[in-house]
Design a protein around this ligand. Structure first.
Ligand SMILES: [Zn+2]
Ligand SMILES: [Zn+2]
Length: 138
């Protein structure tokens, strides 16, 4: 992947820049990720919060959950997720791979989680570290 990545939501109100390498690139097949994306899996990159900068402030939804999904308030695109409840991951965020302005061959998954929920028509991704549920750590 390139060292600096820019991305945006579909209406481009939210633009962001990421510097450095991701901690990991994740495909998640869990029910929540399917519903949040409206698609059949979620593709995310995990970064530390310091490496992420964005053009506009978007608030997390008012939620008591420890997972905060940040959407564009204008077009609703899911942009990134933070967590306050997972020990060791308070300083991490995961950015949706689909919002990155990158070439077709720049992003490859390295981790595939909740494989037990993978839709039957999907083949496992080649070269990923596969877990039936959530991994213990990245
Ligand atoms: Zn937008
Ligand atoms: Zn998931």
């Amino acid at each position: 992947m390139p060292n600096t990545i820019t991305g945006s939501c579909v209406c481009e109100k939210v633009r962001y820049e990421l510097t450095g390498s991701p901690i990991t690139n994740i495909i998640c097949h869990c029910d929540t990720c399917r519903k949040i994306t409206g698609s059949v899996f979620m593709a995310n990159s995990a970064y530390t919060r310091e490496t992420f900068s964005k053009s506009t402030t978007i608030s997390p939804p008012d939620s008591r959950n420890t997972i905060h999904r940040h959407f564009c308030s204008n077009c609703g695109s899911p942009v990134y997720t933070t967590s306050t409840g997972t020990p060791g991951y308070e300083n991490m965020l995961t950015v949706t791979a689909g919002t990155m302005d990158i070439g077709n061959n720049s992003w490859k998954p390295s981790l595939e989680v909740f494989c037990m929920r993978r839709r039957g028509f999907l083949n496992p991704f080649e070269g990923t570290d596969k877990h039936e549920k959530s991994p213990e750590s990245f």
